[in-house]
Ligand binder design. Structure first.
Ligand SMILES: *Cc1c(COP(=O)(O)O)cnc(C)c1O
Length: 402
């Protein structure tokens, strides 16, 4: 392959060179001190990543494993939870909760819409026995950002725990767990963290820990209370994916050096760049507002076969983008711009998309669409971030509650 391959997919993402180098280090034993030291070293930076003073637990599984861990540790079969969903990953919360024997209420919105916080408030008023509200921070199947901060103001004053799948938000857009009052935040390694798949991270608030301690769990593998006790000792319950933890330390060093807010700013700038480029190409971003910072989805013109289009872009330009899922299969293109990517990778993606698409349909593309995209990128660095993602004193003391 002569071309540089570019993963513009919403996970797995490209790996930073520092991460790749770390992954290849010689194996060490996960029960010995050198590994304990790494586990202790990464805890404060993990706390900054999550915006919490609570311990952040690594789990050996994909992101969905952490979703499973949340459900089976915070709730008991028969408990009622509310799942607010508007996409494939929202549906996954419902499926996991039902499999676990929970009573599941749902608020169901069309794909592409954000969950209105007011509806959650209404439902919690009607059903005060709801023990938890489950949703995504960023719904990756559509590219929507749900209003987690607003929702957290509602759940904070109720008995319902707010459980947030932050798999395509943590390390990408603001989602400060303690400041917003999120009770459970989780993510996976292969999205914003620039790592290979296989490691998940999860953290619980004080009241969620109390709930977990009371509830007990019937899940042998994911026992978060025992896992937390291990993490206090720089350990994990079972054999840790040691290389992924090496990689995690290297990735966190990038976040530390760059500053967490600066990483988010880059994500914001890439989002502005992608959306401007898509519009100037004569296409329509799928999500008009409340869009995530890690990917940009667009609706293809009628009659274009999305799968064939993406295959051709991959074959000719070595750029890999994602298509739509479920009923949007073949209709949507999802351009991932999370992880170790920059403006030049995105530029390549926009060009490849336009080139291959223009053979199939006439779109009202402006000749300087790439220039416009780059201008939007530069301008975004000078604008204030839309939600304040500032690190606080609080989160700088992360890991203290350990
Ligand atoms: C990718 C993703 C998942 C699934 O994660 P896996 O690592 O594939 O288990 C779940 N939720 C969201 C929001 C995601 O982006």
């Amino acid at each position: 392959m002569l071309n540089k391959e570019r993963l513009l997919t919403p996970g797995p993402t490209e790996l930073a060179p520092q991460v790749k180098a770390a992954l290849g280090r010689d194996m060490i034993h996960h029960r010995k001190d050198p590994f304990r030291e790494i586990m202790h070293r990464i805890q404060p930076e993990l706390g900054r990543l999550f915006g919490t003073k609570q311990p952040v637990l690594p789990l050996a599984c994909s992101g969905t494993g952490a979703m499973q861990a949340a459900v089976s540790n915070l709730f008991r079969s028969g408990d009622r939870v509310l799942v607010a969903k508007a996409g494939k990953f929202g549906q996954r919360w419902e499926d996991i909760a039902r499999t676990q024997g929970l009573e599941v209420d749902t608020l169901d919105y069309p794909w592409g819409e954000a969950v209105p916080a007011g509806d959650i408030a209404d439902r919690l008023r009607q059903r005060p026995d709801i023990a938890g509200v489950l949703l995504q921070a960023s719904e990756t199947s559509t590219g929507v950002l749900h209003p987690v901060e607003e929702i957290s103001r509602i759940t904070r004053d109720s008995d319902a725990l707010l459980v947030v799948d932050g798999i395509s938000a943590v390390g990408i857009s603001p989602c400060p767990m303690d400041r917003w009052g999120i009770d459970c935040l989780l993510t996976g390694s292969q999205k914003g963290l620039m790592l290979p798949p296989g490691l998940a991270l999860i953290s619980l608030s004080q009241r969620a820990w109390e709930r977990a301690e009371q509830a007990g769990t019937d899940c042998y593998y994911f026992n978060l209370v025992q896992e937390r006790d291990k993490v206090r000792d720089g350990q994990t319950l079972f054999t840790t994916p040691v290389n992924l933890v090496f990689g995690l330390e290297a990735a966190l060093e990038i976040f530390r050096e760059t500053g967490h807010e600066q990483v988010q700013r880059k994500q914001w700038a890439l989002t502005r760049m992608a959306r401007t480029g898509v519009r100037a190409m004569g296409l329509t971003p799928f999500v008009p507002e409340h869009y995530t910072w890690g990917l940009t989805s667009l609706l293809l013109p009628e009659g274009v076969d999305g799968k064939a289009l993406l295959d051709r872009i991959a074959a000719e330009y070595a750029v890999y983008m994602a298509g739509g899922q479920e009923h949007l299969k073949g209709r949507l293109v999802r351009i991932g711009h999370m992880g170790y990517l920059d403006w030049s990778d995105l530029l390549a993606g926009l060009w490849a998309l336009r080139e291959v698409l223009s053979r199939e349909v006439e779109t009202a593309a402006e000749p300087d669409f790439l220039e416009q995209a780059l201008q939007a990128y530069s301008a975004a660095w000078r604008e204030p971030l839309p939600a304040d993602g500032k690190e606080t004193e609080e989160t700088n003391r992360a890991g203290e509650a350990l």
